[in-house]
Design a protein around this ligand. Structure first.
Ligand SMILES: *Cc1c(COP(=O)(O)O)cnc(C)c1O
Length: 222
């Protein structure tokens, strides 16, 4: 028998250090599942498709913090600009500019994470460290008044190889710690999913994005 969403959440929460934020990744899951997590106290949810997130935002209580964790299509940023709390997967300056433009229309400042490429496989999105440094140091970034880069995000290779995972997480973690000294706004390091979050936390993550361990496996056919 599968345990319930509430039990899964409590079990995970009980193992997380106090400084680690749990993002409940609810993509593909029905409103009822999110409501169940909400009723159990969860307030931070992650989605990877803008339209799906907007539909859920419209239905659910307004004290939820919505995180966009998927790859962004610039032309859709406008649909979530009035409510999104944190955008994890920013991987170009062009996207930052678009987020800034849309945030300005709502008189908001939208928090963003730059996505770093740490996985060996080339299917993963993200910026090389050198490009992240270039963006952080650029004068153009200072001109964007309606976004704030508050940290970095990374996705490790999909593998069981613990050494490789550890290497990928620790490389991002040291890069993050180094840049934090120069850019004190960088406070969030988002890394770790259902299969690897314990290792990610061990290597310095303070925000984990967990889906299937809370809501069960996703059924993409449905
Ligand atoms: C789906 C997804 C997750 C959660 O994956 P699980 O393995 O179900 O925990 C985390 N991060 C991103 C970017 C995702 O797309």
């Amino acid at each position: 028998m599968m345990k319930g969403i509430k039990e899964n959440l409590q079990e995970i929460q009980s193992t997380l250090p106090e400084n680690v934020t749990l993002v409940a990744v609810s993509k593909t899951k029905p409103i009822a599942d999110l409501q169940e997590a909400y009723d159990a106290g969860q307030r931070v949810f992650g989605e990877n498709k803008i339209q799906e997130m907007v539909a859920k935002y419209d239905e659910l209580p307004k004290d939820i913090q919505w995180h966009m964790i998927g790859h962004l299509q610039s032309n859709k940023v406008k649909y979530m600009a009035h409510f999104v709390d944190l955008i994890h997967g920013v991987d170009s300056f062009k996207t930052l500019k678009e987020i800034d433009k849309q945030a300005k229309k709502h008189n908001r400042v939208i928090n963003c994470l730059l996505q770093a490429r740490i996985a060996k496989e080339d299917t993963k999105f993200g910026l090389p460290f050198s490009e992240i440094e270039a963006i952080l140091a650029s004068d153009e970034l200072k001109e964007l008044q309606n976004i704030k880069v508050v940290g970095l995000m990374g996705m490790a290779t999909f593998t069981d190889n613990q050494e490789q995972l550890e290497e990928e997480f620790s490389s991002l973690s040291s890069f993050f710690n180094q840049n934090k000294k120069t850019y004190p706004d960088l406070t969030i390091l988002s890394m770790g999913m259902s299969g690897d979050y314990e290792l990610a936390i061990k290597n310095g993550s303070n925000m984990v994005r967990i889906g299937s361990s809370i809501f069960g496996v996703r059924n993409y056919i449905a």
